[in-house]
Design a protein around this ligand. Structure first.
Ligand code: AMP
Length: 446
């Protein structure tokens, strides 16, 4: 019989609920959530938890920082832990799989799940009853194959490595009960469409699937249609204003060469403890981190050329408070989820308004207040114009400030003509208007 078309998805708009227990979460998991510091559900958790616990497929439109990881990990654990007899079966069957676009995100989700499992009440005295394994590319496959010996209940994976392990016979998906695609738009952006298509052919027909994404481009809508059956829909973007994190934006005018000294000055005078500083290049990331370290601000570079081991070490040092500042490129910063990232600094402006939104979204997470600060370089051609474009796209004007002792030596240059070799504004092609203006300037001799 041909499959019936899905009825219209349900729109969840009023996600207020007082406690995790009221949403149907078990007392042990509610306590584990409280031990993680999560006292009340975030809106996405309040909306998604009951539907997931009922076994429904789910389409969640939610940005990072909304608490979406816990929104799927908590009900997933409840399902996995529900039947001790199933948990006791050996070898363990892979029952739940979470796919994430980046190694960092996969490792973070795995760490969050393991921490909840190990929390008080879930593993009284005898170690975790549930086995979680994280498998990601960029690391040797052998230890991951060893970790999968005897099976695993929950695997968190990046798509390429998952399929490698399936091909090696180290993982079987035939008993899968629950699949999560996290940050699904980025999974497609990063070129994992083929891997996901293949994965879908390996899944059993009866399973629950959850798809989370910050955006819903057309190819993803198509994938959602293939993957999900009668999904419950939670759209946090629909109530964006209510769900938007509380971020104060500031823009400071400064000369290009004075940005790092100004940053040091601000760290000292504003008492910032945990900063993420964005730069445009790997070189700038090393260079700025080095300068900050020499000035006594414990810092580390985070960019794509670092080994996975070094990246993990940097993030662990930052988490543990051994570093105050991470100086990162956009790519390396993807997937970083550090709860108390108080301040984000755009040392170099991002290429696009979309990147700007991603960057500043690293602060002000899960309802915490955040600060996003951008350096606008009066002496760099196009820096001011580029920031104006960012303001226009996000429909918000940010007042320009100057800091005494760091005032720019020149008035802002309005045109975005020349690429800035220091990473201020890069890769912008001249528009027709730019060229006309340029020609006019040449004609007037200015
Ligand atoms: P995510 O959107 O999953 O990246 O989560 C963003 C941050 O919110 C993480 O640091 C979580 O630890 C934190 N978080 C998740 N749920 C809650 C909650 N109910 N209350 C407070 N913080 C939370």
């Amino acid at each position: 019989m041909p499959e019936q078309p899905s009825p219209p998805v349900t729109e969840a708009t009023e996600p207020c609920s007082p406690t995790f227990a009221a949403l149907g979460l078990s007392p042990a998991l509610s306590e584990a959530a409280a031990l993680a510091g999560w006292m009340a559900p975030t809106p996405i958790q309040a909306a998604a938890l009951p539907a997931i616990l009922q076994g429904r497929d789910l389409l969640g439109i939610a940005p990072t920082g909304s608490g979406k990881t816990a929104a799927f990990v908590l009900p997933m654990l409840q399902r996995l832990l529900a039947d001790p007899a199933v948990l006791a079966q050996r070898p363990r069957r892979l029952r739940a799989l979470i796919l994430a676009p980046t190694r960092e995100l996969a490792l973070q989700i795995g760490a969050a799940a393991s921490a909840l499992v190990k929390s008080h009440g879930l593993a009284p005295g005898q170690g975790a009853p549930l086995k979680t394994v994280v498998v990601v590319g960029g690391l040797s496959i052998n230890p991951q194959m060893m970790a999968l010996r005897g099976g695993a209940d929950l695997v968190v994976a990046t798509p390429g490595r998952l399929l490698d392990l399936v091909d090696h016979g180290a993982l079987r998906l035939s008993a899968l009960e629950l699949l999560v695609l996290d940050e699904a738009d980025r999974l497609l952006d990063l070129g994992f469409a083929d891997e996901i298509a293949r994965l879908l052919t390996l899944l059993p027909t009866r399973r629950q699937a959850l798809l989370f994404s910050a955006t819903m481009p057309a190819p993803l809508a198509l994938l959602a249609e293939q993957l999900l059956r009668d999904p419950f829909r939670v759209d946090m973007a629909a109530g964006a204003q209510a769900a938007a994190p509380d971020i104060v934006q500031r823009a400071i005018e400064v000369d290009t060469a004075r940005r790092t000294p100004l940053l040091r000055h601000l760290i000292a005078t504003e008492g910032w403890q945990r900063l993420l500083v964005f730069v445009g290049t790997q070189y700038a990331s090393e260079h700025v981190a080095d300068k900050l370290n020499r000035a006594g601000v414990t810092s580390a570079a985070l960019h794509g050329q670092l080994s996975q081991g070094r990246r993990s070490q940097v993030l662990a040092d930052f988490q543990a408070g051994r570093l105050t500042t991470l100086v990162a490129t956009d790519l390396a910063a993807r997937g970083i989820d550090i709860a108390s990232m108080g301040v984000v600094v755009n040392h170099d402006l991002p290429r696009s308004a979309v990147d700007y939104t991603h960057r500043i979204g690293r602060t002000g997470r899960a309802g915490e207040a955040g600060l996003a600060l951008s350096f606008v370089c009066a002496d760099a051609p196009g820096s001011e114009a580029h920031f104006r474009l960012i303001e226009k796209r996000q429909q918000q004007r940010v007042a320009r400030e100057q800091i005494p002792g760091f005032e720019p030596s020149a008035a802002p240059q309005p045109q975005a003509h020349t690429p800035d070799p220091t990473g201020g504004v890069k890769g912008r092609r001249k528009s027709k208007k730019d060229k006309l203006r340029e020609a006019a300037l040449v004609r007037t001799g200015s």
